[in-house]
Structures are given as C-alpha cells and as structure tokens.
Ligand binder design. Structure first.
Ligand code: SER
Length: 590
C-alpha cells in the first residue's frame, strides 16, 4: 500500500461513517500562542472541541501535518519523527467511547487486516481525581481482545493534552502494534521502550478543558479525538520494521547512500536517518505561508537547529550544499502532489538551505575544533562549562542542543544552568542595546506571550480612550519579541496621539493592577461593557478579562496575572495595514 492509498482509505472509511473531510491546517498554530507547531490533528480544532459549532458538522476526519520537537532526540530510531502526518477522526459532542473504539477496531482488523492478536491497547487506570476507564476496557474486550491484550496505566501514559498550556484534554486509550519480538522482561508492555510495541493510534475521550490556572473544567460536550501515525501504519502494513524502508524515505536515503559511496565515506545509519528525516521536516516548515526563515527565535530557531544538524552530519562526510539541496529536491518531488505548497515554494526552500549553509559553514569547522578542545579539557568533572557552551553559541552559531549532542558523543555533560545564566545576561544586554527589543529565543515562551497578550488589551483600551470608540480590533499577532495589533481607524495616528496611548498603557503597568478573569454568557459580557471580536463565534460561556479602569474584553487568554509583569510598553511603529485599518507594533520589557 502506498501513502496515498492509506490516506484515502482512512478518510473514506470515516466519510462512509458520516464524517466530513476537512483540509490539513497550517503547521503553525493560529489559535494557540503557547506552542510553536501544530502537534496533533486536534490542535486546529480546539475552539470546536471547546464547544463552538464546526461548519462541517459534528463528525470530522482529516490528514494533518504535524511537528513534534519533543521527539527530536529519538529521531534515528525505527519510528520517531519530528514531522509526521496524522490521520484523525473527531466526534464533537456526537459519538463517544463505544462507537469510537468499535470503528477503530473495524478499521484496523478489516481494512488494514491486522490480526487481532497483534494488537495491544492501554486504558486509564484511574487516580484520586478520575476513575479508571473500565468502560473502554469492556468495549475493547467486547470487540474480541483478550484481557492480556489490555493494559492499564496512569496519567503519564493514558491522559492526553492539552496540546499547549491550556485546552481540551482527557483520558485516552492507545492502540499498539506488537512487532512480534519476545518481551524484553517481565514488566514489558506497551509502555516499554524496547521496540516490541509500537503506538499506532490514540483515541482520546476529551471531557475536560484545562484552564490557565491549572483547573480541569468539565466540557459541556463529550468529544472524541483520535490520531493515527500515518508513517508508522504504512511501515507496519507493508511488513517493514522502520519508517525509512517505506516509499516515503527510500528515494532520499538511496541518494544519500550514493553520495556517500561516491565520496568514499561512511555515515552511521542513525545519522543517515536523521539527515533524511530532518530534511523533510525542514522543507515542510519552510513552506508555511508565513515564510519562516532560520533565525534565533521561535520556529525560525527550530528550523535553524534542524538545518545546522544536517549540515554538520553532511560535512563530516565531506558532503556539501549541493548534496543538501539535491536531497531536499527529492523530498519535495516526493510530496508535492499531495502537498502542492512544497512544489510552489521549491525555490524558497533551496534558497534558505543555501543561505544557512553559507552562514554556518563559515564558523562550523573552527567551532568544531574549539568544541573538541573544550571537551577534551573538561577533566574529571565530565561537565562542559556553561560559559564555553555559550561561547560556542554566540561566536560559532552552535545551537545549545547541538553542543549537548557533541558533548554526549564524548560522554560529557553540559552545564545548562550556567549556559542559561550567561544567555540571559546576554539577552539583557542586547535588549538594552536594541532599544527595548527582545532577543527572545530561549525565553519562557508562554509567559512572554501571556504578557504581550495583556499588553495588547491595554493598547486596545488606550486606543479607544484616545481615538474614540470607532477603534475596533481587526487582528492581533504575537511573537516572543513583539505584539502586532490591527484596528479600524480612518487616518494615520499622530505622534502625539501615539505618545498619549503609550502613556496610558505605561500608567496601567506602573499601577500594578491585577488582571481579573470571570466567566459569563456573551450577553452578560456585553452588558458588562466587554468588547469582543468575531462575536458570532462565541460559545455559551465566555471568559472576560478585566483590567479595572483600562480594559474589559472577551478573550480566551492566557494573560499575565498583574500588569506590573509587563515592565514597560513602547510603540515601535504605526502604519497602514489595509484600507481603513491601521497597524501598531509594540514591545514590552523591564
Ligand atoms: N491528540 C491525540 C494525540 O495526539 C489524538 O489525536 O495522540
């Protein structure tokens, strides 16, 4: 079976069972500032899992592009990937455990023809707050699974979500394929990492919403969210033992092997896999319409880290930028039929790879020599000084993870605390140097975005106070460095007005006001004077964030607890965004 056939078979199976097919969303989450990439099919569906009505109905299915950076260190084994495609089906307050499990079993055994004895499933064993999921266990056994194929685990294994800091979550039942190897020991089961069991599908029973203050609220609708690892299932279905032996990676791996042969060089299999896997992830990240480019912050940092890792591995084998680009071209060719954006951005991908190659290869050799010396000299401590790790970052452009990898190869640890301390110091300096701009990057992403979000509310309130109530929000975008706010207004805002707006926001910050969160119906919110955007999208209950005296808005959050956390506020720029819409970019900082 090909990947194309598998995607179609999955989606059709669910379409035949009343599901509407929806397109894959962007790899960059639009509604969740707390994570860098879309990590699951449910991620773009968060508002609907929380109760908003989805225009396509209550049963949905799709193939979603995902990136999971947490799995980066596992890449090179048989099954882990940073980029992968997730096949998914959802019930938005429609069917629940019974039908979900029955459909999964039907698909696995009657369509993928997996012998039932090769399946193992896990269910939530329960804890002080949530009972054991005996219902899921019973349903699995009613399908025909034996007791010894059903394993119970705790929250670590059998609770999914939220995807970021907040959002829908719940107990899950995970489905594993037994690769047929003997158990590695008496405790071996689906949670074991020995490779006997490979997770292929996860059915989450999403009944809760985790809020910014860490509480689990019961959702008004019970959802099912499932996700199947496309590459893993393709591997298993075709009787392979690892994803690199599938059609998805074979062409690129073959070419890499040819390059190595021509160069008369060796590369360990794990490293060859990393090269092929990362090139695919890099290509998919670079084609996002937001034009992510390698940088030192956020998604740009991840893509830089992936590219630099590949460059190093290739250079070690005396392969260069032409080889890198050829491997990327094979990957693009492989996917452009299914994901036309790859073909469309073909030139951009190659251009970014070349640029980064030129930039990094300048310092790489010397950096590697330096790193080698530093690592030889660690002595008995076995720890690389944080200061030196920082030097490799700052002078030679070595992402810290890269240095950690080099150190690990020599059995050395890196003093991460020392590195971060030095990093923060440097950040502080460049912040002062860049007149209030943040260096960002390794800063706490979630806290910083929450603060910028609160600054956005203050800005909105201050603009209304200075320019009048005709000002209404048209868009908002937050990165680790700055906020961007689009609003309706018919002319350029004068320097004087901007100064007034800045003054009001800074006054609110200096007063150190607590940000108040309340929940109510949209009607109550409007009656209380709250402003909102896209009012038709709100569910029955909304969150209202109030900064007394300055702002009251319907908003999903998260926010700073107190305006004092923002430090100070500065407008960098005011410009036209489109007809009748102005755009302000602003920064905060201590
Ligand atoms: N959200 C769940 C997961 O990622 C199921 O899709 O495993």
């Amino acid at each position: 079976m090909t990947a194309k056939e598998l995607r179609t078979m999955y989606v059709n199976f669910f379409k035949e069972r009343g599901h509407a097919e929806i397109p894959s969303a962007s790899l960059l989450p639009e509604n969740d500032p707390t994570v860098l990439f879309t990590i699951a099919g449910m991620h773009p569906l968060m508002p609907y899992l929380l109760g908003e009505k989805h225009p396509a109905g209550k049963r949905l299915t799709d193939v979603q592009k995902c990136v999971r950076t947490v799995d980066i260190d596992e890449v090179g084994d048989d099954m882990h990937l940073t980029f992968f495609e997730m096949l998914g089906n959802w019930s938005l307050g429609d069917y629940f455990k019974e039908e979900s499990i029955a459909m999964s079993y039907d698909f696995l055994t009657n369509y993928l023809h997996i012998p039932p004895e090769r399946l193992a499933v896990t269910v939530f064993e329960g804890d002080e707050t949530e009972p054991a999921d005996l219902e899921a266990e019973r349903i699995w056994m009613a399908q025909g699974l034996k007791q010894e194929q059903v394993y119970r685990y705790g929250r670590e294994e059998n609770w999914w979500g939220p995807a970021g800091q907040t959002g829908p979550c719940g107990p899950d039942t995970e489905i594993f394929y037994d690769m047929g190897k003997p158990k590695c020991g008496p405790g071996c089961g689906p949670a074991c990492k020995c490779g006997k069991y490979v997770e292929i599908w996860n059915n989450v029973f999403m009944q809760y919403n985790k809020t910014a203050d860490g509480k689990f609220e019961v959702l008004k609708q019970k959802n099912v969210d499932t996700g199947m690892g496309m590459e893993r299932v393709l591997t298993i279905f075709n009787g392979k033992t690892n994803v690199y032996d599938t059609e998805l990676f074979l062409p690129v791996m073959t070419r890499l092997n040819e390059f190595l042969e021509e160069a008369g060089r060796q590369m360990p299999i794990r490293e060859r896999r990393i090269v092929c896997e990362h090139i695919r992830a890099i290509s998919f990240i670079l084609v996002d319409p937001r034009k992510i480019t390698p940088s030192n912050t956020e998604q740009g940092y991840i893509v830089r880290r992936l590219i630099r890792r590949v460059i190093r591995l290739l250079k070690q084998a005396e392969l260069g930028s032409a080889h890198l680009c050829q491997l990327a071209e094979i990957t693009i060719g492989q996917y452009e039929e299914t994901y036309p954006e790859l073909g469309e951005s073909h030139g951009f991908i190659l251009e970014q790879l070349q640029k980064e190659y030129v930039l990094f290869s300048k310092t790489l050799d010397e950096g590697l020599k330096k790193a080698g010396r530093y690592l030889e000299n660690v002595g008995k401590s076995g720890v690389l000084d944080g200061e030196l790790a920082f030097k490799l970052y700052d002078t030679y452009g070595f992402p810290i993870e890269f240095t950690v990898e080099l150190a690990q190869e020599r059995g050395v640890e890196v003093d991460m605390e020392g590195f971060h301390a030095r990093f923060r110091e440097h950040q502080e300096k460049s912040r002062q140097g860049a007149a209030g701009k943040f260096a960002g990057g390794l800063a706490d992403h979630s806290e910083q975005t929450a603060r910028l979000h609160t600054a956005t509310h203050l800005l909105n309130g201050a603009l209304r106070a200075v320019l009048g109530e005709e000002v209404s929000q048209r868009g908002s975008n937050i990165t680790a460095q700055r906020l961007r706010f689009d609003f309706s207004f018919g002319r350029k805002v004068t320097g004087e007005e901007l100064a007034q707006v800045e003054k009001i926001v800074n006054e609110a910050i200096e007063k150190k006001i607590d940000v108040v969160l309340e929940e109510m119906t949209p009607r109550e919110a409007y009656a209380a004077g709250a402003i909102g955007v896209f009012s038709e999208k709100y569910g029955e209950r909304v969150k209202v964030y109030t900064i007394p005296g300055y702002s009251k808005e319907i908003c999903g959050g998260p926010h700073a607890q107190n305006t004092g956390e923002l430090g100070s506020f500065r407008i960098l720029k005011e410009e036209a965004s489109s007809a009748g819409v102005r755009r302000i970019k602003a920064v905060i900082g201590n």
